[in-house]
Design a protein around this ligand. Structure first.
Ligand SMILES: NC(=O)c1ccc[n+]([C@@H]2O[C@H](COP(=O)([O-])OP(=O)(O)OC[C@H]3O[C@@H](n4cnc5c(N)ncnc54)[C@H](OP(=O)(O)O)[C@@H]3O)[C@@H](O)[C@H]2O)c1
Length: 254
């Protein structure tokens, strides 16, 4: 699946004008989820925009209590209705938990692809073993894996799987929920490039082969800065500085 380097994360976005502005400044990938309770907000922003529906990748996620094989169709139809789309471009399993059963849930998702309700199926918060099992039971290619990835938390086994199997790793919480601004190591790199720690974090992610990202932002200034950050080129010393802050602490543990 071909995703742009920077898309819009919408968790906690409750104003459709943010989505409309994002599309206006050039975003073409919108990331939401049923559990964010804002699919209608994202849909309203998309509907109000001059940008054509076809040029935008709309991604949402089935929450854990939607994952019984008998529930996925109704849950997806409801998400699509709230989003105001006929087809969900990318539908993720948000977390492989609860009634998630790969031998049943994944074939049920395949029927949604067959029927045109879903274009691509993705995974989120899977382990390498869970990805392998998913590939065994899903006819459709696994189109993307969305995982927590930012300077404070990196899982390279997941990146290796993405590269080996040729799907994008979608880095969520790329700014560590805003914490990157307080990291002196990132500030030092930012000072060298006359930019911000947020731009450094995004450039470090998008400069990694196989990784795209979905920062959340509200203002036009942040939206524009995050999109532009993908053009910032970091050298090996910059990247080493960013990589020195890793803590192995997740913001979103299981
Ligand atoms: N699959 C999953 O389980 C999962 C879990 C968590 C998140 N996600 C996805 O990942 C997306 C992003 O993660 P996140 O929402 O946790 O946080 P994030 O993108 O790491 O950080 C967002 C925070 O950074 C601020 N910010 C954004 N751009 C900035 C800039 N250029 N300069 C200074 N501050 C800036 C935002 O403030 P303003 O809003 O004021 O601009 C907000 O407070 C989510 O929205 C969601 O789509 C997925």
């Amino acid at each position: 699946m071909d995703l742009p380097p920077v898309g819009l994360g919408t968790m906690a976005v409750d104003d459709s004008a943010v989505v409309e502005t994002a599309l206006d400044v050039g975003y073409r990938h919108l990331d939401t989820a049923r559990i964010y309770d804002n699919e209608a907000v994202v849909g309203a922003g998309l509907a109000a925009s001059d940008v054509s529906r076809e040029s935008v990748t709309v991604a949402t996620k089935l929450w854990v209590d939607d994952l019984a094989a008998t529930d996925v169709r109704a849950a997806t139809e409801e998400s699509a209705a709230r989003l105001g789309v006929d087809t969900v471009d990318l539908l993720y399993v948000h977390r492989p938990r609860g009634p998630y059963e790969p031998t049943e849930t994944l074939p049920a998702l395949d029927t949604l692809v067959d029927d045109g309700l879903v274009d691509h199926v993705g995974a989120s918060n899977f382990t390498v073993d869970q990805l392998r099992t998913a590939r065994d039971h899903l006819d459709a290619p696994l189109a993307a894996h969305q995982v927590e990835r930012h300077p404070l938390f990196v899982r390279d086994d997941l990146l290796a799987d993405a590269r080996e199997h040729g799907y994008p790793l979608v880095a969520y919480s790329p700014l560590a929920g805003g914490q990157v601004r307080d990291l002196p190591e990132l500030q030092a790199v930012a000072d060298r490039h006359d930019t911000t720690p947020e731009a450094v974090a995004i450039a470090w992610l998008t400069g990694t082969t196989g990784v795209v990202t979905v920062p959340k932002a509200s203002s036009r200034a942040h939206l524009e800065a995050n999109l532009a950050a993908a053009t910032l080129e970091l050298d090996d010393d910059d990247r080493a500085s960013v990589e020195s802050v890793e803590t192995e602490r997740e913001l979103f543990p299981e």
